[in-house]
Write a protein that binds this ligand. Structure first.
Ligand SMILES: [Fe+2]
Length: 224
């Protein structure tokens, strides 16, 4: 009957909509860079940027989606062992996606110089001067053993800025509670093609392309 036909059509349509909503909620996507691959030259060359974004970051996104799919299945089965076993992959790929999404916006071809306003005041209060903060963050990033990140983060409880290192792709907020403001990727994939093994030169150069407006916006959001 027509009534039956309409019901069947509605059910099919509803189930399709639910699947689309579920799929769109789960799939993470690679964000576009807010500038061209060559825009950060001479500080970071186009080849590094292209590989870093379109290969490395893209792989974290793909593997995060795969891991979440497996996690969803484990949850549906009530399989706690499988859920626990997936956590390292979730931390690594989820962290990789979070970290790089912040990193791209922390950089700008029009960056460098010094921050203004509230961020600058907080840096002076917590580190003594902009130069001292820069030295501390550079030293922290240089000293990361193997792969990891140097971070400037906001500690909500004290209202202060902190500089810390994270290993691998450990995401700052998920592993320390600090809210990320500025991250320096010190994985070799971030600099080796241009700087070879000389990580300090890469870190020295990156200060020329820091987007302090983005870092300031992140501080404003963190304080809310
Ligand atoms: Fe990276």
């Amino acid at each position: 009957s027509l009534l039956y036909y309409n019901h069947a059509w509605c059910a099919a349509s509803l189930s399709q909509t639910i699947n689309q909503v579920a799929a769109s909620r789960q799939k993470h996507t690679l964000p576009d860079l807010p500038y061209d691959y060559g825009a950060l030259e001479p500080h970071i060359n186009a080849e590094i940027m292209q590989l870093h974004h379109s290969k490395h970051h893209a792989t974290y996104v793909n593997n995060l989606n795969v891991t979440e799919e497996k996690y969803k299945e484990a949850l549906a089965k009530g399989d706690v062992s499988a859920q626990v076993a997936l956590q390292p992959a979730l931390k690594f790929n989820g962290g990789g996606h979070i970290n790089h999404s912040i990193f791209w916006t922390n950089l700008s071809p029009n960056g460098g110089g010094e921050p203004q306003g509230e961020l600058m005041e907080a840096i002076k209060r917590d580190f003594g001067s902009f130069q001292k903060m820069q030295e501390k963050m550079s030293a922290t990033a240089v000293a990361v053993q193997g792969s990891g990140w140097g971070w400037l983060g906001y500690e909500k409880e004290s209202g202060r800025l902190r500089i810390v290192a994270c290993a691998n792709q450990d995401p700052l907020q998920g592993t320390t509670g600090l809210i990320p403001l500025l991250g320096i990727d010190v994985w070799e994939h971030a600099y080796y093609l241009q700087y070879k093994n000389v990580r300090p030169d890469y870190i020295k150069a990156i200060w020329n392309i820091i987007n302090w407006e983005n870092v300031s916006e992140r501080l404003q959001t963190a304080k809310k």
